[in-house]
Design a binder for this molecule. Structure first.
Ligand SMILES: CC(C)(COP(=O)(O)OP(=O)(O)OC[C@H]1O[C@@H](n2cnc3c(N)ncnc32)[C@H](O)[C@@H]1OP(=O)(O)O)[C@@H](O)C(=O)NCCC(=O)NCCS
Length: 138
């Protein structure tokens, strides 16, 4: 299996939407093509994809706001799990953030997904039980 981890381009948008439908967890907002296009155009953020000869089999979003890094949308196609792709995606996202000077990374984790917490623990992330998330849609 030769899977490349690469940055998304505008040509990937429809395939990313399809991948997210089957590989990532629940979303608070409906995924839209123009939101993904904006993400791809944002220079300090990265949408990284696991690409197996043209087939998208995994993704991660790495966001950098100049202060801290955030990881979203880590997901691997169900039939491709447990072969190290999730770990490779996280490591690539960390490298992209570190190259921008990011000192600390937060992963947005859906605790109700059975695979999520063991995975994040395994790739070196501690569950911070003292800090919660307060959110508001704009
Ligand atoms: C979580 C997810 C991204 C992991 O991707 P993956 O490619 O299977 O991950 P890896 O193969 O790199 O696994 C790394 C480690 O995570 C742990 N892990 C992965 N899936 C696990 C599971 N179902 N149960 C327990 N541990 C698991 C294992 O310790 C594994 O190490 P090992 O293979 O040496 O045992 C994938 O299962 C997925 O897409 N799940 C659905 C979406 C999701 O939960 N995303 C997390 C965002 S909140």
């Amino acid at each position: 299996m030769t899977v490349e981890i690469r940055k998304a381009t505008a040509n990937d948008v429809e395939a990313v939407l399809a991948l997210w439908q089957r590989a990532t967890g629940p979303t608070a907002l409906v995924d839209r093509a123009d939101d993904i296009e904006r993400l791809i155009r944002t220079p300090t953020s990265a949408l990284l994809l696991a690409d197996d000869n043209g087939e998208l089999v995994g993704s991660v979003v790495a966001g950098w706001d100049g202060w801290r890094g955030n990881l979203y949308r880590v997901g691997v196609a169900p039939e491709r799990r447990s072969h190290g792709l999730g770990t490779r995606l996280v490591r690539a996202a960390e490298a992209a953030l570190a190259a921008l000077g990011c000192p600390r990374v937060t992963a947005l984790v859906h605790l109700e997904l059975g695979d999520a917490a063991p995975f994040w623990n395994k790739v070196g992330y501690a569950h911070d039980t003292e800090v919660g998330r307060f959110v508001r849609n704009l």
